[in-house]
Design a protein around this ligand. Structure first.
Ligand SMILES: NC(=O)c1ccc[n+]([C@@H]2O[C@H](COP(=O)([O-])OP(=O)(O)OC[C@H]3O[C@@H](n4cnc5c(N)ncnc54)[C@H](OP(=O)(O)O)[C@@H]3O)[C@@H](O)[C@H]2O)c1
Length: 329
């Protein structure tokens, strides 16, 4: 497994298994399959409600002789825990569910915060079901607590997710321990050129989420939040991608993933299918040519290609830390 060196000094495997929307009953099998296929990096979050099932798969892996030091486990502080007083509580909960003594990467999942509901253990809601936003906390003070988690040994590295450039710089300038990883949406329709340049300058490794264009996201947003995405990319059937795939005797998914790897992006494709889990890491026996790379770069629609604008959280655009205000109509 190839890895990339983080600012923290640790190595992050360049391909990980994404686990969003993987139900607990399928995730245990998916993680076990992934570990058998050579994955050593697993991406989860408090919000995905699957840390316990992932912990079960890891336990079986350890029983079969797998070792902790081979693995790279990322999880995330939920937006309803985005306040200094909650960071330690949530990282401890994640460690307990995963059955681990330490994490490899702990990320602030989102820059904005929701109030926490002690009774449900999740985000507080109003009577109409909308979420109660929390305006009394900020990413820099949360970051100070993230640093303490490194000092206590609960996580080796810390980073950010879904922060915009200004927010990344604010944390960077106020950090004793610098963020070594940024996890953002990144795929052929939204190639994040500007954030890539920023992270290169500061030596922050980027993990690209939804590297296949998250084909199931649209339906999920409609079902869960009654929110309809204006655009929903179908990258896997794009003629440019399919044409390159045919020439290399690879699948469209493998071309999309290899493209990001060649841009030095860490990728975390999600799959629950054993065949797709296997093929999504079978990326190291071919190279995309300069012409292939150029052709794929033209698919970039910049922020118009964004799937995760988080507007499915009703009213979120009014939060002072909503990251994509400049993209609103
Ligand atoms: N930080 C954040 O806010 C954030 C947001 C979104 C995602 N993420 C992370 O990034 C991971 C990946 O993103 P994602 O899950 O949104 O999208 P994705 O990885 O781009 O796409 C996953 C979808 O594609 C299907 N798929 C997987 N491999 C395939 C293949 N080879 N051919 C055809 N279809 C394939 C999967 O279905 P099957 O399971 O049926 O194969 C699933 O529906 C997440 O799981 C999560 O860990 C983070």
């Amino acid at each position: 497994m190839r890895s990339i060196r983080l600012l923290s000094g640790y190595d992050m495997p360049t391909v990980g298994l994404g686990t969003w929307q993987a139900k607990p009953e399928e995730i245990e099998r998916a993680v076990s399959t992934a570990l058998e296929c050579g994955y050593r990096h697993i991406d989860t979050a408090t919000n995905y409600n699957n840390e316990e099932a992932i912990g079960q798969a890891l336990k079986k892996w350890f029983e079969k002789g797998g070792t902790r030091k081979e693995l790279f486990i990322t999880t995330k502080l939920p937006h309803f825990g985005n306040r200094p007083s909650d960071v330690e509580k949530f990282i401890k909960l994640s460690l307990e569910k995963l059955g681990l003594d330490y994490l490899d990467m702990y990320l602030i999942h989102l820059p904005f915060a929701f109030k926490f509901d002690e009774k449900t253990g999740g985000a507080a809601t109003h009577e109409d079901g909308s979420y109660v936003l929390d305006f009394d906390t900020d990413p820099v003070s949360v970051w100070k607590e993230m640093e303490k988690q490194v000092e206590s040994g609960r996580t080796r590295s810390i980073g950010l997710s879904n922060f915009n450039e200004e927010q990344i710089l604010t944390v960077w300038e106020n950090a004793q321990i610098k963020p070594s990883n940024l996890q953002v949406e990144l795929h052929a329709y939204m190639q994040q050129k500007s954030i890539r340049d920023l992270c290169k300058k500061y030596n922050i490794v980027i993990t690209g989420y939804s590297p296949l264009g998250s084909p199931a996201a649209k339906t999920h947003f409609e079902t869960k939040y009654k929110y309809t995405l204006e655009k929903s990319p179908d990258l896997l059937n794009h003629p440019v991608v399919k044409d390159i795939a045919v020439r290399h005797k690879k699948t469209a998914a493998q071309v999309l993933l290899r493209y990001l790897l060649q841009l030095d992006i860490v990728i975390i494709p999600k799959s629950s299918s054993p065949e797709r889990i296997k093929s999504n890491i079978d990326l190291f026996d071919f190279d995309l040519s300069e012409d292939d790379m150029k052709a794929l770069s033209t698919l970039d629609e910049d922020t118009n290609g964004r799937i995760f604008n988080f507007l499915f959280f009703k009213g979120i655009q009014d939060h002072p830390h909503y990251p994509f205000k400049n993209e609103l109509p």
